[in-house]
Design a protein around this ligand. Structure first.
Ligand code: TA6
Length: 288
């Protein structure tokens, strides 16, 4: 099979959001420059691995709901200034296209970049280079590389906040987190998972302590393998019905067809040294 052919198209919607559409022999993908957010990853012969809310805002007023939002330079609420944007400012920032090319094996490599602006400096007083990379083939690898170009150490928290498509949330098993410690954000209790896989039958918002986790998201006959590098946490989130009903960009029953499994650095002591480059990665592929 001739794999070295691909098409890439940059289009702008009526609200001015730019979307890069990639079509290759191996997969189809769509990436918005706002937030460097991939919203579609469909390997050839498979259905889309990523869930995208049909009520998502594509007008730049809110982060896009679904796909893989990049939470940076903080995860969740800002610890000192809770009224700053939840999950940082990267997902509402316009990235620039840095590179786009095809590797010999047919994988398409895309790199998008963001550096400090007066707006970001007003929120967060550091200069930086943030590179979000996508390797799009039968596997999708998302990399988030922080380079500290400022004059002092730079504390960050971050997440590759992946929304996975599931056909029915009641028929899902997430394997690979057995025996990990986790913070249950609903109770603020720290617990230890036993030797069981994670199944979802209510609201779940948990931060598991992991390093270079190797996970499997099993849903009916499909298994998605998830490989992570340089995370200190794996976040598992499903809003269930009550929380879904409170989000205007999330269908009331959207919770039945999605599960977030996120590679993250949530521990407050992740400090990027001067000129240091730190890369967080998550890879996903259908392994049946
Ligand atoms: O990753 C889980 C989480 O932190 C949840 O607590 C929930 O807030 C989710 O992220 C979505 O956050 P968002 O700001 O995108 O609505």
């Amino acid at each position: 099979m001739e794999v070295n052919r691909f098409s890439a198209q940059l289009t702008e919607n009526s609200f001015g959001l730019s979307k890069l559409s990639i079509q290759s022999q191996l997969a189809t993908a769509e990436i918005y420059l706002q937030g460097a957010q991939i919203t579609k990853f469909q390997p050839k012969g498979e259905s889309d691995l990523l869930w995208l809310s049909p009520l998502s805002h594509f007008d730049g007023s809110k982060p896009i709901r679904g796909g893989i939002p990049i939470c940076w330079p903080w995860f969740g609420k800002h610890t000192e200034k809770p009224d700053l944007p939840q999950h940082g400012f990267a997902r509402m920032s316009e990235f620039r296209l840095k590179s786009l090319y095809q590797l010999d094996d047919g994988t398409v490599s895309v790199k998008l970049q963001l550096s400090e602006t007066p707006e970001t400096l007003a929120l967060w007083p550091y200069s930086f280079l943030l590179t979000v990379g996508f390797e799009i083939g039968t596997t999708l690898t998302v990399s988030v590389t922080t380079t500290n170009t400022s004059t002092r150490p730079m504390p960050i928290t971050q997440a590759i906040h992946s929304y996975f498509n599931v056909s029915n949330i009641n028929d899902v098993e997430l394997k690979g987190l057995e025996h990990t410690k986790f913070l249950d954000k609903l109770t603020q209790q720290t617990q230890q998972l036993n030797n069981q896989s994670v199944s979802i039958n209510g609201e779940v918002d948990r931060i598991h302590t992991t390093h270079n986790a190797r996970l499997q998201l099993q849903n009916k006959e499909r298994i998605i393998s998830i490989e992570q590098n340089n995370e200190d946490s794996t976040v598992v989130w499903n809003p269930w019905i009550e929380k879904s009903e409170t989000m205007n960009d999330f269908p009331d029953h959207g919770y039945t067809e999605m599960l977030c499994v996120e590679a993250a650095n949530t521990e407050q002591n992740k400090v990027i040294k001067l000129n240091e480059r730190y890369q967080l990665r998550q890879s996903l592929a259908v392994t049946h």
